[in-house]
Design a protein around this ligand. Sequence first.
Ligand SMILES: Cc1cc2nc3c(=O)[nH]c(=O)nc-3n(C[C@H](O)[C@H](O)[C@H](O)COP(=O)(O)OP(=O)(O)OC[C@H]3O[C@@H](n4cnc5c(N)ncnc54)[C@H](O)[C@@H]3O)c2cc1C
Length: 234
Amino acid sequence: MAQELTARVKEVIQRTYNVKSIRLDIGGKADFKAGQFLAVTLQNNPELKKYLSISSSPTEECYLEFTKKLTESDFSQVLNQLKPGDTVNIQYPFGKFILGEPAADLAFLSGGIGITPIRSIAKYVVDKNLGTDMVLVYANRSLKDIVFKDDFDAMQKIYPKIKVAHVLCEASPGFKCTPGLINAQVIKNEVSDYLKRKFYLCGPPQMVEAMEKLLVQELSVGKTSIVTENFQGY
Ligand SMILES: Cc1cc2nc3c(=O)[nH]c(=O)nc-3n(C[C@H](O)[C@H](O)[C@H](O)COP(=O)(O)OP(=O)(O)OC[C@H]3O[C@@H](n4cnc5c(N)ncnc54)[C@H](O)[C@@H]3O)c2cc1C
């Protein structure tokens, strides 16, 4: 059941040049499943309301975090000014982009800011040491656009069953990645046992649609093995 509350900003974290995380103090432990989303309203103004995935994991009990790509929109401009002590209104939790029971081995396909619910799920699996095998294929324009790079680097150091494969339009010298976009060959290379995994796709609707088509039509992945989250609005 969704709840509505006013939350205090605890911390603001600049993730990349155009992405910020806001950590909220909600006065107790947040009740949600990794991968779900919330609705955020700024300045009590219904025109400043957006749906945003929760980027923290339920295991990170001291705050509830969301992470927004900043644009020229009014919402983004107001969000960009938030500082510790400010308040925002939230409704949560919503959504079915969550782990099944028991957790199957996973493959995440993500682009840009579509990483937010995946970061939540991966962090949950690592913190709970669930033993679930995870492969993330993460597409971005360039190295400077990769969100949560440090987090995923840290997870790979402590949890042997997570692999991160970066795909960049503009490859950077010395940085291990596949140049270009995610296609069937990239999935075959990075997720060789792809028919045994549950796929989680998240990003702008066109990307999610293209990835789903690719999995089903080119790689014969069953539709029941695919879970999607569309970031409507991009
Ligand atoms: C389930 C779900 C989860 C989501 N999770 C996330 C998430 O974790 N992180 C995230 O970032 N997004 C997420 N989204 C998308 C989010 O809800 C927004 O739609 C998206 O972030 C676009 O917001 P915006 O601030 O660019 O505003 P919009 O108003 O949608 O702006 C769209 C475009 O128009 C331009 N624009 C708007 N107003 C102006 C203006 N006044 N002047 C000039 N240009 C303007 C903006 O620059 C932008 O490029 C999610 C969506 C859904 C449905």
